[in-house]
Design a protein around this ligand. Structure first.
Ligand SMILES: NC(=O)c1ccc[n+]([C@@H]2O[C@H](COP(=O)([O-])OP(=O)(O)OC[C@H]3O[C@@H](n4cnc5c(N)ncnc54)[C@H](O)[C@@H]3O)[C@@H](O)[C@H]2O)c1
Length: 334
């Protein structure tokens, strides 16, 4: 498979490296408008100059591609995705799908018409604790999902010191904790408990200096299957943690990233049974996600987050923003 990576900033570089390490692509090309960044990536990954392009037009003029990674800022995703879909190129599309619904249904129509595989980069679904819990719920042995509590926090200023200069600081580029961060948790909640049908969000900038976007988000949700959800995220707490608790009729499941384990309890006031997982490095969950994408392109297996799932989460993001502005419950219409 011939791969084109579009945008080699922070996540585009990771995708390029992950696909290179998976060793399943016959050729890897990329396009990156920033000359210094382009040279750096070409050198680091030994990509020949003829495969390191300054823009998408040049990349498309100089090659044919089977698959592409779209790792540009969110407002560009749909236009690039639609262009590639018309050319019959399968896509690993970064999240969020977009910032508005403009062009989204047309994009989905072309993807379906051309029978293309699109995976959207809601990579937490590839975390082994999350996929294990998803499989347990899907097995049916825990019964109906009654509640989902997801809480997450990290010292973002330390993890991404350039946060003031990148898209994160600019709402119109997909910045802020709703479009950039808690959207991952909404996607996981949808995977565990079905589509979010309504929600209320409180959001604010509490601590991150030099930006005006929200760094704290609290959302209550109702899901199509009847589950109630609680989502809480902040970008300044000291521990880097994600804790997800799924309460079902016949047991409770928990994902705990910091302790690299998922757990279950079947009896009231019982004992947790812990199951450890191994995540050797930060690329691992992207390897799992991208291998599933390649499998799906080859005709076996499913992507972890489909276009349809990501469209639902786009509607949730939009409803969440609206709710934060109005302080009211919002119905999620798709
Ligand atoms: N799934 C994840 O874990 C994850 C993590 C980080 C970012 N993201 C998402 O990935 C996207 C990119 O984020 P990032 O952190 O890599 O941003 P970034 O700013 O580090 O990189 C974006 C890159 O795209 C390039 N670019 C911009 N417009 C382009 C165009 N039209 N054609 C080609 N290249 C173009 C820029 O020059 C830049 O190098 C965002 O949508 C973000 O939400 C996802």
């Amino acid at each position: 498979m011939k791969l084109l990576v579009i945008g080699t900033g922070s996540i585009g570089e990771r995708h390029l490296r992950v696909f290179q390490n998976l060793g399943r692509c016959s050729e890897i090309s990329f396009c990156e408008p920033l000359p210094q960044r382009r040279a750096e990536i070409a050198e680091r990954y030994e990509i020949p100059e003829t495969s390191a392009h300054s823009d998408l037009d040049t990349a498309l003029d100089h090659g044919n591609y089977d698959i592409a990674v779209i790792a540009t800022p969110a407002p560009t995703h749909i236009a690039i995705g639609t262009r590639l879909a018309r050319l019959g190129i399968h896509q690993m599309m970064e999240k969020p799908l977009s910032l508005s619904t403009d062009g989204v249904e047309e994009y989905a129509r072309i993807v379906a018409e051309k029978n293309l595989v699109v995976a959207v980069g809601y990579v937490h679904r590839a975390h082994p604790t999350v996929s294990a819990i998803h499989d347990e719920i899907a097995s049916g042995s825990y019964g109906k999902v009654l509640g989902v509590n997801i809480s997450s926090g990290q010292a973002f200023a330390v993890i991404r010191p350039a946060y003031r200069e990148i898209y994160f600081a600019r709402p119109e580029m997909g910045g802020g904790a709703i479009n950039d961060m808690i959207t991952h948790m909404y996607s996981v909640g949808d995977w565990f408990a079905g589509p979010i049908t309504r929600l209320v969000t409180d959001a604010n900038r509490q601590a991150l200096e030099g930006v005006s976007v929200e760094d704290t988000v609290h959302t209550l949700s109702r899901h199509a299957g009847g589950a109630m959800g609680v989502y809480a995220l902040n970008l300044y707490q000291q521990p880097n943690e994600v804790l997800m608790t799924v309460i079902c009729e016949h047991g409770t499941l928990r994902a705990d990233y910091a302790n690299l384990r998922w757990s279950w309890m079947r009896e009231p006031n019982g004992e947790w049974t812990h199951v450890s997982v191994s995540i050797p490095d930060r690329d691992e969950i992207y390897r799992i996600q991208n291998a599933a994408f390649l499998d799906a392109v080859e005709g076996h297996g499913d992507v972890l987050c489909s276009l349809d799932d990501a469209i639902r989460t786009l509607h949730v993001n939009i409803a969440s923003h609206h709710s934060a502005e109005t302080s009211c419950w919002e119905n999620v219409t798709r």
